[in-house]
Design a protein around this ligand. Structure first.
Ligand SMILES: *Cc1c(COP(=O)(O)O)cnc(C)c1O
Length: 222
C-alpha cells in the first residue's frame, strides 16, 4: 500500500481518466469519492479540474464542502451513502444529486423538503441488486413500482439508478440487470462501478462511476 504522503491525486486522476477512456467510457461521468478525506486531498483534485464528488455522510459533507463551494461554484456534489429521514433537509440543501433514494419514507420527506426549500436535486433510486439483507436499496423486482411511486406520487426528479454489487461475486450480471431496469424505466443515469470494477461497469452500460481509493489513496479511519 502507498504511504499517505506519497499520494499524487492529480496523477491518479489522470490515470483513471485514461482508463475510463480506454474502457470505452468517453462520455462516462467520473465521481471522485472523497469521503473521510480533507482539503489536502480534495484541493489537488479541484486544481486538476475534477468537479463531481461523492460523499457518504450528510453531516461530514456539510462540514467540509460549503467553503470549497464558495471557491468553486460549479462543484457537483453526490450523496452516495444511506440517507436517514432526519437528514433529508440537510441533504436537499447541500447535494445536487441524491443517489440513495431507497424507501417510501425517504421519498416522501425529500418531496416535502424540495417544496419547502424550492430546490430540486436530481434523485437516483438505489437498487439492492444482489438482494443482500445487510445492504440498502430496493429489491430488483420492486424497482419498477418504486420508481413509478417516486415519480407519480411524490413528483421526485428521478433520473437514474445506483447499485453496489456483492463484494465477492463476479459483478457483470448485476451491472447488466441494473442497466436493464434503467432502460425499461427510461432512466438515463446508471451509477455503478468503483475502483475495483469500474471497467466492467462501463462495459455493461455505466454512465457514471464512483471512484475513491484509486484517486485519493487509502481512506483514513474516521
Ligand atoms: C466508498 C464508496 C465508493 C468508492 O469506493 P472505492 O473502492 O474507494 O473506489 C463508491 N461507491 C460507494 C457507494 C461508496 O460508499
Amino acid at each position: 500500500m502507498q504511504q499517505q504522503q506519497d499520494i499524487d491525486v492529480a496523477a491518479n486522476l489522470a490515470a483513471i481518466r485514461e482508463r475510463i477512456k480506454a474502457a470505452g467510457g468517453d462520455r462516462v461521468r467520473l465521481v471522485a469519492v472523497s469521503k473521510f478525506h480533507g482539503p489536502e486531498r480534495i484541493g489537488p483534485a479541484l486544481a486538476a479540474g475534477q468537479r463531481h464528488f461523492g460523499e457518504n455522510r450528510v453531516q461530514e459533507a456539510a462540514g467540509k464542502w460549503p467553503p470549497l463551494r464558495q471557491a468553486h461554484p460549479d462543484i457537483v456534489l453526490h450523496l452516495i451513502g444511506p440517507l436517514q429521514s432526519n437528514k433529508t433537509s440537510d441533504a436537499v440543501a447541500l447535494f445536487d444529486v441524491i443517489e440513495t433514494v431507497d424507501r417510501e419514507k425517504i421519498a416522501r420527506r425529500l418531496a416535502t423538503e424540495m417544496q419547502k426549500q424550492n430546490r430540486r436535486p436530481e434523485c437516483f433510486v438505489q437498487v439492492n441488486i444482489g438482494e443482500e439483507p445487510q445492504k440498502a436499496g430496493i429489491p430488483p423486482r420492486e424497482a419498477d413500482d418504486f420508481i413509478r411511486l417516486c415519480r407519480e406520487e411524490y413528483d421526485l426528479p428521478i433520473t437514474g439508478l445506483m447499485c453496489i454489487p456483492p463484494v465477492d461475486e463476479e459483478p457483470s450480471p448485476f451491472f447488466a440487470l441494473l442497466a436493464k431496469i434503467a432502460r425499461r424505466n427510461g432512466l438515463e443515469n446508471i451509477s455503478m462501478g468503483m475502483s475495483a470494477d469500474f471497467e466492467t461497469a462501463i462495459a455493461f452500460g455505466a454512465t457514471e462511476v464512483r471512484i475513491g481509493s484509486d484517486i485519493f489513496g487509502p481512506r483514513p479511519t474516521p
